[in-house]
Design a protein around this ligand. Structure first.
Ligand code: ATP
Length: 488
């Protein structure tokens, strides 16, 4: 059994070794909390995005997609509350010069108390922390850190600065001449691009409430502490859907999306006990209900997706600041209103990490001196970077030509790899490690009767199948439709 700490180290190393994730600008020693996706990573990421997009936009007649620009008018972030309120309480340790999120230091302390069975202390600290956060009382947070004798994990000292607010938005200049330019922000969430286009989409798409607008795209946050690999990045990708509903019906829709989104995760075949809901006690001022879908990462349960009932906060503020009406005319009641919104917001990179952590296996195979450890990425076949690898058994006797023909017939429908180097066993291992669900071997029999061996990644079973049947088998197991049906 691999311990969770070991698993996380192995997943991180594996992601680099097999071309999933590289540190950004690695030759210059990297850039903090920014990562690049490699040749296999980009395929997995694209497939996950496609699964999300299709399950939102293709599977729901009343949800459409958009692709808004990253840059938006600076007033957008005033209206959304990000200019004034998108900040984290931070504290510096004067000895190590390290910066921490004050609430996270307190949360770690609560976990420590819980592990030691000091439930009363944990509960009291949790209540006090929630109160301080709710009241936005930075002094109270500082006092809690001092009172509970929290030390800096690096320096081991309690030499803290006061707690301050730190805005997480990146700003830059627009226009070529600095004097004439306005500060613009890199969007910290994709949601606002949806809100400002609410009426454009509603009118041009003749959408009737309830309806949703979906979007995927990059978001940027100057996270104070970025750690745990791609869990908390400064540049990341979100997949968000804002569902516009009639005021008063939002709780029904909140329950609907809570259930629907969990089903979507479970359709990936990950055990249900790896997930849990974390209903928020402390609600943001604009929300009247909120929950997180948390996944059991090797470093504990952490949020992958947020589901929020945002009331009419965003549309109302945009209406006020822009002076443009953002209301829906309800033909049934002959009246206009600002819709309420249920938001589902998932981080694509966190989902990627979730899949890598749950798919990574080390298995003992073979007997006697043939015993070996095989590393398998047991990804759902529908999202695997490569769907099928085609191998000629040897490099002669016309086998490569036959294998190439099979490649040519499958390439338009599936991401395929062709390999003729090394023994078949080694080629299987390479593809196990990147999660390829099927390998096809072309041998001498193939030349006689147009059959090949099809090897299944997870069971390592091989079966003889007709070349004509390959496309159908691959569609059945790797096509996105099977996943979409399960997610319903
Ligand atoms: P956290 O509490 O972990 O910072 P959040 O509550 O600020 O997350 P939201 O603003 O609700 O997150 O964003 C929705 C989703 O976007 C999150 O569930 C997460 O999957 C993803 N996300 C947010 N911040 C980051 C980040 N810095 N790096 C990677 N993904 C992120």
């Amino acid at each position: 059994m691999i311990s969770p700490e070991e698993l996380f180290k192995k997943v991180t190393a594996h992601a680099k070794e097999y071309g999933f994730i590289f540190q950004s600008s690695e030759i210059y020693d990297g850039l903090g909390a920014v990562y690049d996706y490699g040749q296999n990573g980009v395929e997995l990421k694209n497939n996950l995005r496609e699964y999300w997009w299709k399950s939102m936009v293709q599977m729901n007649e009343n949800i459409v997609g958009i692709d808004a620009a990253i840059f938006m008018h600076p007033k957008v972030w005033k209206a959304s509350g990000h200019v004034d309120g998108f900040s984290d309480p931070m504290i510096d340790n004067k000895d190590s010069k390290k910066r921490y999120r004050a609430d996270q230091l307190l949360e770690e302390q609560i976990e420590k108390y819980e592990k030691k069975g000091k439930t009363d202390k944990a509960e009291a600290l949790n209540a006090a922390m929630n109160k301080a956060l709710n009241d936005n009382d930075l002094k109270a947070m500082y006092n809690l850190i001092v009172e509970h004798e929290i030390v800096c994990p690096i320096s081991g000292t309690r030499n803290w600065t006061e707690v301050r607010q730190f805005n997480l938005m990146f700003s830059t200049q627009m226009g070529s001449v600095a004097d004439e330019s306005d500060a613009v922000y890199l969007r910290p969430e994709t949601a606002q691009g949806i809100f400002v286009n609410f009426l454009n989409v509603q009118k041009t798409g003749r959408m009737k409430i309830p309806f949703g607008i979906a979007q995927t795209g990059k978001a940027f946050r100057n996270e104070i502490i970025a750690r745990q690999f791609i869990m908390r990045m400064r540049e990341f990708e979100q997949m968000e859907m804002q569902f516009f509903v009639k005021p008063g019906t939002e709780m029904e829709w909140f329950a609907h999306w809570k259930k629907t989104r969990l089903n979507w995760h479970l359709a990936l075949g990950i055990p249900a006990d790896s997930y849990r809901f974390h209903d928020h006690e402390k609600l943001a001022h604009y929300a009247n209900a909120a929950t997180d879908i948390e996944f059991r990462f090797p470093f504990g349960f952490k949020e992958v997706e947020g589901i929020h009932s945002r009331t009419d906060f965003d549309l109302r503020n945009h209406q006020e600041l822009s002076g443009k009406k953002l209301q829906y005319f309800d033909p049934e009641t002959n009246s206009s209103y600002i819709p309420y919104v249920i938001e589902t917001s998932i981080g694509l990179d966190r989902l990627f990490l979730l899949l890598m952590c749950s798919a990574y296996r080390e298995e003992e195979t073979g007997e006697g001196d043939k015993k070996e450890i095989r590393t398998v990425l047991a990804l759902p076949p529908q999202v695997a970077p490569v769907k099928v690898a085609v191998f000629p058994l040897t490099k002669k006797d016309g086998l490569p030509e036959k294998a190439r023909k099979i490649m040519d017939s499958l390439m338009p429908s599936f991401r395929c790899h062709y390999e003729e180097k090394d023994a078949i066993g080694k080629r299987y291992r390479r593809h196990d490690a990147i999660g390829t669900p099927f390998c096809i071997t072309v041998d001498h029999e193939s030349l006689q009767n147009d059959t090949v061996t099809l090897r299944h990644r997870d069971t390592m079973q091989q079966e003889r199948v007709a070349i004509d049947a390959l496309e159908g088998i691959l569609f059945k197991h790797t096509g996105m439709s099977s996943l979409l049906k399960n997610a319903q």
